[in-house]
Design a protein around this ligand. Structure first.
Ligand code: MEV
Length: 301
């Protein structure tokens, strides 16, 4: 084993299509230019994961991820130490668990002196993401691995197409630091889908169509149309039961501050919202005035 080694992966936003993407509809995601880094070294004793993020340290799942990733790469987990530094808040829908999975895989692959193909990285990343929630579509590890804007349809392998913004696409992200679990949202939605498949499939179809309209709007630099797609997607996410009063309040503040559209991003039930249009710094200031943390980011091509 060759150590020390390092792996890095990006945080992400789902621009359109979360949840429906689990059920085979397309999703649109993008890296947000904030990263998580994992450094592998070997020290005597049991495997351990150290992190600068209290939310991750308090969660048993990252340690399971380390053991599982080591097994996938044929490395003994005994004596492995992973130090994680993250620019991503955990548990708010900005892809910190997928970034952790991909960064740990990259660092361990380097330690095992293996080069993973993109397809291997995505397949392994999605299997590791299942530690965090039971039915991952794979869109989060894809965005974490690529860090660009992409249209994604689940599958083995998934269908991934680059979507290149023809004009800079600036987004305002806002969230309260109250971590929630995507797994609970995905599981509860699955139960509702099982109880009434026809209704949910109709909602998923409408979301799928919005994703394609939104991807065209991104490619055309048409942020008004993208904003309308955000608003409609938010209404449909609300009908799916994955919004929350906190999300609705943030989305309402963003719209009142001039956003062309706003929606939750990721699993929902709280967590982060994204807004497009208006003046991003002004939106961020208005959202910060409500007590939210904010990030202004430019979506990468
Ligand atoms: C979470 O970022 C996105 C979900 O659609 C789950 C998934 O696709 O794995 C809610």
């Amino acid at each position: 084993m060759k150590v020390p080694t390092c792996g890095r992966a990006a945080g992400k936003v789902i621009l359109l299509g979360e949840h429906a993407v689990v059920y085979g509809r397309p999703g649109l995601a993008a890296g947000i230019g904030r990263f998580l880094t994992a450094e592998v070294s070997a020290e005597a004793g049991a495997a351990r994961l150290e992190t600068d993020r209290a939310e991750l340290a308090a969660d048993g799942r990252p340690a399971r991820l380390l053991t599982e990733a080591a097994r996938m790469l044929g490395l003994p987990d005994d004596g492995l130490v992973i130090r994680v530094r993250s620019e991503l808040p955990a548990g708010v829908g900005l892809g910190s668990s997928a970034a952790l999975a991909v960064a740990v895989l990259r660092a361990l692959a380097a330690a095992a002196e293996r080069t993973l193909t993109a397809a291997e990285e995505l397949a392994m990343g999605t299997r590791l993401e299942a530690i965090f929630h039971g039915h991952p579509s794979g869109i989060d590890p894809a965005a974490a691995a690529l860090g660009t804007c992409l249209r994604f349809v689940r599958g083995e392998p998934p269908a991934i197409t680059a979507v290149r913004p023809s004009a800079p696409l600036r987004l305002t992200i806002a969230f309260h630091e109250r971590p929630r679990r995507t797994s609970s949202l995905v599981t509860a939605l699955r139960q509702r889908w099982e109880a009434d498949r026809a209704r949910h499939e109709r909602l998923f179809d409408e979301i799928g169509a919005l994703v394609d309209a939104g991807a065209r709007a991104v490619a055309d630099g048409d942020i008004r149309t993208l904003g309308s797609a955000f608003d409609r997607n938010q209404a449909l996410l609300s009908e799916l039961g994955v919004s929350s009063p906190e999300v609705e309040a943030l989305v309402g503040s963003a719209r009142r501050a001039g956003a062309f559209g706003a929606k939750l991003t990721g699993g929902g039930g709280g967590g982060a919202i994204i807004a497009v249009g208006g003046e991003p710094e002004r939106l961020a200031a208005a959202l910060a005035a409500t007590g939210a943390c904010t990030i202004v980011t430019e979506v990468g091509a």
